[in-house]
Design a protein around this ligand. Structure first.
Ligand code: ADP
Ligand code: ZN
Ligand code: MG
Length: 468
């Protein structure tokens, strides 16, 4: 029997509003511990919350981008739990009446769009940050003491919950890439996993391939990149498959995924929703977003990533189109093409070289980029790389680089090649003995000798002839 993965994601996104969710403390990272606090976010007696209007608008904006229905009547609720990251003894969140419900996100794949339904997207406040000191694992168990930084407490957080519509680790990664790109283009969050402004919990189960049943799921936490999310899911799918095949049953548990060892370690037994004793927040009135506001926000939505990927597919392969769109470089590619660059070479240069150089696409001159795309095989590799690295500098011109010539002249290259082969008799012998991979070593030596100006194709041909 073969088994198929069933995956649902819970994604938390920090909103980059200027101030916190229910008070006017600044939102931000890097400030000294416990300096961005006030009576509201420290829960001093008598302090009352006031809703951050921008956070509400941004949540609605995100909900619209995820194809959700926006509630006419939304309510904040108290989620009660007792832990020292939470001075009120409850988190203000949303329960039965969130801002956004019943959405869908298209994930373009080689065989059609995969539709991931969104259950809900709700607004809540983040807890304070805790640090456990003295133990081996960095967790509270075994630690000597714990520290709390309330700067993060009260940061606006949107939680997005998908239906279990995702069928593989790869698809989960694609969904997350599209979601992150959507969020950053809306300008509501930097959505960076390494910084904790985007967090992903993956719910995973397996079932006999082709069936529709939903079996017991587990939850994976603490993965700090999309690649680790995918690896964690693969590891958990393998584990669950083995459990079912051995005749036992998967138990509902939460695991931490350690990316360095690939190990899944149990986190804690999952609480039932009822344990939180949710009830409507008595200090806040319900929010009824006006229809005009919702329609204005809808009309301001940009063209969404999934749609742009499909549009680019008229000219490019799906993979390439996805990389360009999910790294926010598709419009630069389009401008370079409009400036005269050939489509596929331009996509390669943007996806490989521009991404590799970590350039800000908004600062790149598409016209100069187009010139470099056109000249990429004519000019020396070193000149091309240097020009790419400077593309985002103000007033950059490609012209001086275009004037540089690649050395393809055999009469000029042959003595250099002869010298290099003479200097490495051991490698020459090894190459002749079958170690053909050494060709790259010799090409590299010639490139070094010529200051990166030799034409690598001509050099390879000459080397092969000499090494016969
Ligand atoms: P709870 O209320 O216990 O948190 P939810 O119904 O809200 O459970 O589901 C939480 C997440 O788990 C959602 O993303 C959902 O898609 C996912 N999920 C639910 N059942 C399964 C399953 N059998 N396999 C994989 N994911 C699941
Ligand atoms: Zn505050
Ligand atoms: Mg849930």
């Amino acid at each position: 029997m073969s088994w198929e993965p069933v995956i649902g994601l819970e994604v938390h996104v920090h909103l980059k509003t200027r101030t916190k969710m229910f008070c006017r403390c600044p939102v931000g990272f890097g400030a000294p511990e416990n300096t961005q606090t006030c009576p509201v976010c420290l829960a001093l007696p008598g302090a009352l919350p006031v809703v951050n209007r921008t956070a509400v608008e941004w949540t609605i904006r995100l909900g619209l981008a995820l194809g959700c229905r926006i509630a006419e009547h939304a309510v904040f609720s108290r989620k009660n739990y007792f832990y020292f990251d939470n001075p009120k003894g409850y988190q203000i969140s949303q329960y039965d009446l969130p801002f956004c419900i019943n959405g869908k996100v298209q994930v373009p794949t080689a065989d059609g769009d995969n539709m991931v339904r969104i259950v809900r997207a709700h607004l809540e406040e983040d807890a304070a940050k805790t640090v456990h000191v003295g133990g081996r694992t960095g967790r509270i168990r075994g630690a000597d003491y714990s520290l709390v930084d309330f700067n993060r407490g009260g940061t606006p957080l949107v939680e997005i919950v998908t239906e279990p519509d995702i069928g593989s680790a790869e698809e989960a990664k694609r969904f997350l890439q599209i979601l992150r790109q959507t969020i950053t283009e809306l300008g509501i969050s930097d959505a960076e996993m390494e910084k904790g402004t985007l967090r992903v919990d993956a719910n995973v189960s397996v079932r006999p391939a082709g069936s529709k049943e939903l079996r017991t799921r587990t939850e994976l936490k603490n993965m700090n990149s999309f690649t680790f999310v995918a690896r964690g899911i693969d590891a958990e799918v393998a584990r669950q498959t083995a459990v079912w095949e051995s005749g036992e049953a998967v138990r509902q548990e939460t695991y931490d995924f350690d990316a360095t060892t690939g190990a899944l370690t149990p986190h804690r037994a999952k609480e039932e929703a009822d344990d939180y004793r949710y009830f409507p927040e008595p200090d806040l009135v319900p929010i009824e977003p006006p229809a005009e506001l919702v329609e204005r926000l809808r009309s301001e939505l940009p063209e969404l990533p999934a749609k742009r990927i499909r549009r680019l597919e008229n000219d490019l392969e799906l993979e390439r189109a996805t990389v360009l769109v999910t790294s926010g470089l598709d419009s630069l590619w389009q401008q370079a093409v409009a400036a005269g660059a050939e489509k596929i070479p331009a996509a390669n240069v943007v996806a490989n070289n521009v991404v590799g150089a970590g350039l800000d696409p908004a600062a790149v001159s598409a016209k100069e980029l187009a010139k470099l795309v056109d000249a990429r095989e004519r000019i020396p590799r070193a000149a091309f790389d240097e020009a790419i690295s400077k593309l985002a500098e103000p007033g950059f011109s490609a012209d001086p680089y275009l004037a540089q010539e690649t050395v393809s002249d055999e009469a000029e290259l042959e003595p250099i090649i002869a010298r290099i082969l003479d200097a490495s008799p051991g490698q020459v012998e090894a190459f002749r003995g079958g170690k053909e991979g050494l060709l790259g070593f010799f090409v590299g030596q010639v490139m070094k000798e010529t200051g990166g100006k030799a034409n690598p194709r001509v050099v390879s041909e000459l080397l092969r002839a000499k090494l016969k």
